[in-house]
Design a protein around this ligand. Structure first.
Ligand code: SF4
Length: 365
């Protein structure tokens, strides 16, 4: 009998990379073997991202290319999963799914990520390396899925659903297993990782992180993506106390203007964010803060953007992932606010922040 081969193409964030590792493991347990290249695969899984229009377009581009080749190999199966599939299958409107089916064609099967992962195999995870995984040395452990926040620009809550937390015991077992396999870098993952909640004795993310740090004193522990509103004093204390927890903290700010933060439905003000950064810097010597920023959000005039520049100078971010706002259909912002900042102006603002933070091209004092 011919051996079945799979290929997984992963777009987007570390959550998707972690999911792809789990899909790969499930397929291998079912007798599939990883193909040497995409054109040798009998099954192609596309783990999609829709956080920006450009990411979504890349998924459609790949499907178009594959579909053109499929006429020559009709037995190849293509499965679309990840956030695009989640958005279509979880959405209350049937039209999302109908629109996606029309766009990708009848030869593509659309499936939720969780339907491609057999959880009973999770305990064995740890030896897989995906084709474009630049962070294969990190043991990636999802501790939660989904997001309850509904920031106005973000499509993730529609694609991934509300927050679901893995039990602490299951997470700690997985940490142990990765350690026994030789991993020395542990990455705890969640869309809002520090919103994790447990039942029983371990109730908060701070408690969970302390346990992981104690369990793995020889490893470096990191976590993404943390949000400012659940960054408790207890969490700062835990990081300060355990030198094996990374001294680089990713803390998305998105904007330095209070009106824009309100429109974005981010539940903090600039003043609260700066107070949190101050507390973190005072408690954890040598800490570096990285962030996410969106430029050109509707209503961001030049004065509002200047306030973001000012905040960036104040915090002195070590790195920033800067995105130019693009409306995502179905989000609150796309319904409420016209995309009024011209593309050229978004680009100009992007370059100012890029130079200031990532290229260190501007005096930061
Ligand atoms: S916290 Fe906001 S930006 Fe982050 S995943 Fe949730 S809705 Fe999106």
């Amino acid at each position: 009998m011919k051996l079945k081969r799979y290929w997984i193409k992963t777009f987007g964030c570390q959550m998707n990379q972690a999911d792809s590792e789990r899909i790969a493991l499930t397929l291998e347990k079912q007798g599939y073997q990883r193909a040497a290249s995409i054109d040798q695969a009998d099954l192609i899984v596309i783990n999609s991202c829709i956080v920006r229009q450009s990411a979504e377009n890349r998924v459609y581009g790949l499907i178009r290319n594959l579909s053109a080749q499929m006429s020559k190999c009709p037995n190849v199966q293509i499965v679309l999963t990840g956030c695009l599939a989640g958005w279509a299958l979880r959405g209350q409107k049937k039209t999302n799914l109908e629109r996606l089916r029309k766009r990708v064609g009848p030869q593509v099967t659309i499936k939720l990520t969780e339907d491609l992962i057999e959880t009973k195999f999770l305990a064995d995870l740890g030896c897989l390396q995906l084709e474009d995984d630049a962070q294969a040395d990190w043991a990636k452990i999802p501790i939660s899925q989904g997001c309850n926040q509904l920031c106005s620009y973000c499509i993730v809550p529609y694609a991934r659903g509300p927050e679901v937390y893995r039990p602490a015991a299951e997470i700690l077992t997985e940490v142990n297993r990765f350690l026994s396999q030789g991993y020395r870098q542990i990455l705890l993952l969640g869309q809002t990782v520090n919103s994790w909640k447990g039942k029983g004795k371990v109730k908060t993310f701070a408690q969970l992180l302390a346990l992981v740090a104690q369990l793995a004193p020889q490893a470096t522990i990191n976590f993404v993506s943390a949000n400012p509103w659940d960054f408790s004093d207890q969490l700062i204390e835990v990081i300060a106390k355990h030198p094996n927890i990374s001294r680089t903290i990713h803390l998305p700010v998105q904007s330095g203007d209070n009106e824009i933060l309100r429109r974005m439905r981010r539940p903090y003000t600039v003043e609260e964010y700066l107070a949190l950064v101050k507390k973190i810097k005072q408690s954890i010597p040598g800490v570096k803060i990285t962030t996410d920023i969106i430029v050109g959000f509707p209503g961001e005039d030049k004065a509002a953007f200047e306030r973001t520049v000012k905040l960036c100078r104040q915090v002195n971010f070590a790195r920033a992932f800067i995105g130019k706002y693009s409306p995502r259909p179905g989000t609150i912002a796309a319904q409420l606010y016209p995309d009024e900042v011209p593309p050229q102006e978004k680009k100009r603002r992007w370059w100012i922040l890029e130079n200031l933070i990532n290229r260190k091209g501007v005096d930061k004092n």
